[in-house]
Design a protein around this ligand. Structure first.
Ligand code: CA
Length: 359
């Protein structure tokens, strides 16, 4: 790796690296087996270029698999950085913020969140073949009929440390309904991977895990099992929330920290111009948040969740997806071809940065 430093805009510089990296994550999710605090070190390097609005990256058998929002394509990235199409999700109603969105993986099963004619849905594809020759079979519906709109579609999915499937949904413009448990928009959902409802969900018979969200596109668990979610605010406060089952996070009654005992306040809030948080990854006790409008990664140590360090501000443009790679590096994606960005040569790209113990 290089000795060049990254560029945190706040806080101290990362400690010089001695080459030590964290052990590989055990699964393809946003969680990992690493413990302790980490930070980014060195200059990010290109993993892949020339992607069209990449939304999510997951690892299947250590091979990166990427969703493209606008094309509906799912591609695998070879060791040479070349993108190879493994399938196209059918029946997508792409428009605005909708389209092919989040991915999650469990073994060779790929879970896919996308916008269809009848709302957002999660489908499962069992991949066949091997890395370099993956193919997608026919989909099985996990859940469908989730509220959709041109904006606020949520879309992030992840397998939690309990092996269950979590999904962040958006309010789809139905603000008040974010408070209604019967409406599946503006929620975090928790499902068995076959789509049935876990018996210990907080609202019996419902996939709703938490409510009162506006648009959740980041889900992650730190090493002690704590769940976190990032959320787009309207025009005042974006949020980082610590997620508890059955809790109400306030939207649309409260945006940001409201101090109302009926609602759980975010542990940290940001101005949307500096944030607009989409994907989130956890490595050990550290959270990383990818920001669209704010064009930066934000590092948050779970032990001090009200503080953060900005990384790479403005250097790569809009940032959307982020995931811990099996080799201990942190991968993140640009989103400059999504119609709201300023594409650079080679966009959109996947970048990787080294992680080292913090402090
Ligand atoms: Ca809130």
């Amino acid at each position: 790796m290089t000795s060049a430093t990254d560029s945190p805009s706040t806080g101290s510089s990362p400690a010089p690296t001695d080459g030590a990296t964290s052990s590989a994550p055990s699964t393809a999710g946003t969680d990992s087996a690493v413990t302790g605090q980490v930070t980014a070190s060195g200059t990010p390097r290109d993993i892949a270029t020339g992607l069209d609005t990449p939304w999510s990256v997951v690892f299947v058998a250590d091979t990166p698999v990427v969703s493209e929002r606008n094309t509906g394509r799912i591609v695998e990235i070879g060791t040479d950085g070349a993108a190879r199409e493994i399938g196209v999700v059918q029946g997508i109603d792409q428009g605005g913020e909708g389209g092919l969105l989040g991915l999650a993986a469990e073994g060779r099963s790929l879970f896919v969140y996308s916008t269809g004619d009848d709302g957002n849905r999660i489908q499962r594809y069992d991949l066949t073949g091997d890395p370099g020759s993956f193919a997608m079979g026919d989909p099985t519906t996990v859940i469908d009929g989730l509220p959709s709109a041109s904006t606020h579609n949520g879309g992030r999915i992840a397998i939690g440390p309990d092996g269950l499937l979590y999904a962040g949904t958006g309010d789809a413009g139905e603000r008040e309904s974010a408070q209604d448990v019967a409406y599946l928009g503006g929620k975090i959902l928790r499902l068995n991977t076959d789509g049935t409802i876990p018996a210990d969900n907080p609202f019996p018979g419902s996939p709703v895990y938490s409510l009162g969200h506006r648009n959740v596109q980041g889900l992650a668990w730190t090493a002690d099992g704590t769940m976190w979610a990032s959320e787009f605010g309207q025009d005042t406060w974006d949020e980082l929330n610590r997620i508890e089952p059955g809790a109400n996070y306030g939207w649309p009654v409260v945006e940001g920290i409201g101090g109302d005992a009926q609602y759980v306040d975010p542990v940290q809030q940001w101005n949307p111009d500096d944030a607009s948080p989409s994907g989130m990854a956890a490595v050990g006790d550290t959270l990383f948040v990818a920001n669209l409008k704010g064009e930066r990664l934000r590092l948050v140590q779970a032990a001090d969740p009200g503080a953060g360090t900005d990384l790479f501000t403005g250097e790569y443009g809009r940032l959307r997806g982020i995931t811990a790679a099996p080799d201990g590096t942190l991968w993140f994606t640009t989103s400059n071809t999504d119609g709201r960005g300023d594409p650079r040569d080679g966009d959109d790209r996947i970048l990787a940065v080294d992680l080292v113990p913090a402090g």
